[in-house]
Design a protein around this ligand. Structure first.
Ligand SMILES: Cc1cc2nc3c(=O)[nH]c(=O)nc-3n(C[C@H](O)[C@H](O)[C@H](O)COP(=O)(O)OP(=O)(O)OC[C@H]3O[C@@H](n4cnc5c(N)ncnc54)[C@H](O)[C@@H]3O)c2cc1C
Length: 407
């Protein structure tokens, strides 16, 4: 990829905004965006409302963990942060076993049989975010934190940001990138609506110890209440994401430790034996949410601000990091062709490509969630048959695995 090194000084010499890009939101996706754009030579500012806590190996494993697909690992590698993430606390997994509680039908994904070393890594959200933040200064990203964007105005050649804090100067950039999460205040400010549905479910998360080892395998059992995932952690424990209807989630959250461990053992069909211990639990609301547009004048959305998906496929942040790659490549191509990086046709290209890819994935995960919600016996039997068939069709399985890997 060609780079546009030197743009920063060029920007500050010419009349116009001091910054090429202002990224709002410094979560995993926003921080990766700021780093990727700065490394590609764009003068980039990152605004984040809350200072992230420094990650330390002495700390308990963050309850928010994500499964990073090979495409995400490749981006983090490209940004120069992957090795330190992997060496800090990442858990490689090479197999995935998915099974249906009602029929027993199962699908196995095995990296070796796909000709790969592994399927992905389970990593703490806070570790990835922190390593990205540590790399920002050296890449020349101007960090403004804490800085809460309270509004913005679009002019002919710039976007002028207004900040809630009176101590911070107003800031102008050619392009405003909103990576401010699923509740995205900037999406609302831009007048962009969303489509989707509330699953009326919560994902209960915790890290648990189990009687038997996790074998470097991601386990997922589909129950009629929703999927239960046990993701392998580097320290031998498993991280659970237990999707449950709202009331059931409240009940599970209120159980005492013994009752919770027992209920989880039953829900996991004791696949890893008894559950012998657990951290504190947390619960996240689950929804399908797709922004109606990913683009407005001098403005784009990415990450959860653009799309929130059911965690059953463990793909939320992977989609967000694919947005980052597409945006960076679109902006570099525009700059190399001598175009304004925030020209409508440039942003449209990014928006069209990512929105259609994200929509296909989000609706695919939604369809899976619906199929696994079937309770009528003939439909359940058909599902079991379908699952067994997919497991035997190697080419289809390979395509599913390649797609999840971002290949
Ligand atoms: C239970 C559960 C399990 C999951 N499991 C997986 C998984 O296995 N694999 C996977 O890929 N994904 C998973 N996800 C999804 C993943 O966690 C998200 O996709 C990802 O964290 C989104 O990152 P983001 O940077 O887009 O948004 P966020 O992490 O929400 O970051 C947004 C940032 O914007 C800041 N902000 C907001 N408003 C403003 C403002 N006005 N001004 C300045 N800053 C602002 C916030 O402070 C925040 O830091 C899971 C999600 C849930 C709920």
């Amino acid at each position: 990829m060609s780079t546009v090194m030197g743009m920063r000084s060029e920007s500050s010499r010419r009349r116009g905004p001091a910054w090429d890009v202002a990224v709002v939101g410094g979560g995993m996706v926003g921080a990766a965006t700021a780093l990727a754009l700065a490394r590609a030579g764009f003068a980039t500012a990152l605004l984040e409302a809350r200072e992230p806590a420094a990650w330390s190996p002495q700390d308990e494993v963050d309850l928010r963990v994500v499964g990073l697909a090979p495409s995400s690992v490749a981006l983090l590698h490209d940004l120069g942060v992957w090795t330190s993430i992997r060496d800090s606390r990442a858990s490689a997994y090479a197999r995935m076993h998915v099974w249906d509680a009602a029929t027993g039908a199962a699908i196995d994904f095995d990296a070796a049989s796909e000709g790969r070393d592994l399927l992905g890594y389970i990593v703490e959200n806070s570790l990835v975010q922190w390593r990205l933040w540590q790399a920002l200064d050296a890449a020349g990203v101007r960090r403004l934190c804490p800085a809460q964007v309270s509004g913005y105005e679009v002019h002919d050649d710039r976007v002028q940001l207004a900040l809630a804090s009176a101590e911070t100067d107003a800031l102008a950039a050619r392009l405003l990138v909103a990576a401010d999460g699923a509740g995205s205040p900037l999406r609302t400010m831009a007048g962009i609506g969303t489509r989707g549905r509330d699953y009326a479910q919560r994902g209960v998360v915790a890290h648990v110890s189990t009687e038997r080892p996790h074998e470097g395998t991601a386990w997922q059992r589909f129950l009629d209440t929703g999927p239960l995932a046990l993701l392998p952690l580097a320290d031998g424990r498993s991280s659970i994401v237990w999707s449950l209807p709202e009331l059931e989630a409240q009940r599970v959250m209120a159980l005492d430790e013994r009752a919770f461990l027992d209920a989880l053992g039953v829900a996991s069909d004791f696949r890893l034996g008894r559950i012998t211990g657990s951290t504190a639990r947390a619960a996240f609301p689950l929804k399908l949410q797709l922004a109606q547009h990913y683009q407005a004048e001098r403005f784009v959305l990415l990450g959860d601000a653009a799309h929130a998906v059911h965690p059953l496929a463990g793909q939320g942040v992977n989609l967000g990091l694919r947005d980052v790659v597409e945006l960076r490549d679109s902006l570099v191509a525009a700059h190399d062709a001598g175009h304004d990086i925030a020209a409508a046709h440039v942003l449209r290209r990014y928006a069209r490509r990512r929105r259609s890819a994200d929509t296909i994935d989000a609706l695919g995960f939604d369809t899976l969630a619906r199929i696994y919600g079937w309770r009528a016996p003939p439909l359940v039997a058909a599902r079991g048959l379908g699952v067994r068939l997919v497991d035997r069709l190697s080419p289809l399985k390979r395509r599913l695995a390649d797609h999840a890997a971002g290949l």
